[in-house]
Write a protein that binds this ligand. Sequence first.
Ligand code: ADP
Length: 616
Amino acid sequence: MKKTDKLSVSERISLTLRAYKTIKKYVPGLMPAILIKALVTALHPFATIWFSARILNEIAGEKNLQALIILALSVVIINFIISVVKGRIDILHGERENQMWRYFSKVFADKQLSMDYVDIEDVNIQKRKDKEKYNLFNFGNGLAQFVWTINSTIEGAVSIIASVAMVVTLFTSTSENAVVNSPVWVLAVFAVIVIGMLANSKVFKKNNDMFMAWSERLTPFNRLYGFFGFTLCKDNERAKDVRIYRQDIPADAGLRKLEEREKAERSYYLKYNIGEAAAALVTGLNYVVCYLFVALKAFFGAFGVGSVVQYVGALGRFADGIQKLIYGITDNAVYTIHLKNLYEFLDLPNRKYQGTTPVKKRRDNEYKIEFNNVSFKYPGTETYALKNLSFKFNTGNRMAVVGMNGSGKTTMIKLLCRLYDPTEGEITLNGINIMEYDYIAYTSVFSVVFQDFKLFSFSIGQNVATDIAVDDRKAIDSLSKAGFSERFVSMPKGLDTPLYKDFEEDGVEISGGEAQKIALARALYKDAPFIVLDEPTAALDPIAEFEIYSRFNEIVGDKTAIYISHRLSSCRFCDDIAVFHEGELIQRGSHDALFSDKSGKYYELWNAQAQYYGVR
Ligand code: ADP
């Protein structure tokens, strides 16, 4: 660990408290389970020690049978109650701790969902996320370490308090022998305890540093291991290429190499164990001095045999408590560093301007979109993906956007949906800059089928409704408008048919074209006033494509629609065609008007494509 990594005590306290709050929020029930478990585990031995001492004192002293029976029954009952409580709390704690990994995923999912889209495409931010996720899920660094350690830290603190309370009379009681009564003994006992504490703390710290360095060394190694042993073979998307190009052979060789490297790391375990053994030796010497003191005091009549049991037991607990507390404090220094990194990532601010203006749902569906001199560069790039884009677009309009790949069509849609904000210029909805609107309300105006849309491994109905609750009639109607009816009737479970086999054995695999139809149905189901279709027929066969075009007006109904395609013939049906070229809108008009301009880009593109697609 570098020196600069050290955190101040107040930073450590505030990070630990924040971890407590995070766990409380994301893993409900785990913190109370930890607290109760720690209290019960710490106090249980003291109950046994205290009652055993009383019973032995009674046997060695007054021998009152009634008192003995009451004491013995109390031990039995208290132990029974503690065992029941412990059993229950162990189950609850175990369950919650097993579940915590699932909840940890939600910590990252929440951040991913709330971050600006621009950050999702930012490689550096995604790398940071991967690093934090990897550290947590592979080593438990940070939050999981906190959960594992806080348990024993509380246990240690409670043990120390209880044992001090139980051992006070050892020092206050006097024996017949003046030498044994000497305060030097008290000092000696404290001295060995302090030496023991320091030795343990040093070993823990050394071991922790060693673990940190070891896990650092293993990070790239584990990532490779995960790739060769897991991703490469498990990932369905890679399965075809893995087979055809026999990628399993280099993967096996890679795994073997990694195993050799892992063997070389084994000396780490040995060093770790030597440290632990040294600490155990010092603790053992501690016991010897403490027990000697107790035995001498008892020998010279300071207390009875029962109290010997009490003091010896309590001192044992004290040493154990100290060890746990030191472990907790040392580990806290390590996990708070990880927590700091995690929270720095989670606290990354969203830079996008968040407006508050509500989007009025207009009965007349009158929405006017206007691009005013909009230019845009992707973050980290120097070239403009869009240049001085200006156009108006009214409700009920149908606009087709055509142009070669890379001409800026999709970028225009991303700006319209506020996934990115313009570098220059502004976009307005009904005269107001779209940045002024409440973002969620604004996005509710749009239904978009992105070129690289994704469906999910839920039922087909839930995919269309994007909700658990599905309006069956509306979903079936949307699927039918999207041209999916024929395939849909062959699905035995109808809307409940699961998509893909990730979660359900009877899930159906669908073709790219079918997926595109379902994505279109999802956009129609949302029933937003604007519908944007980005290359909606790219994965469809020519017949399905023709079907969609010929029914396009019927499909989008009274909605305002923007239709994007690099294939010009797909857009012929549209009265308003915008031609994009190298980030600029260079022509706009109907097919006939554009085609008649023999020097225009549209004419050139049309003729170029006609050769391949056979359109005239
Ligand atoms: P189209 O939809 O017309 O095929 P795009 O709008 O996707 O074109 O792309 C326009 C330009 O922006 C292209 O030069 C493309 O390489 C670039 N581009 C697209 N997405 C990104 C991105 N995330 N980061 C950087 N450049 C991008």
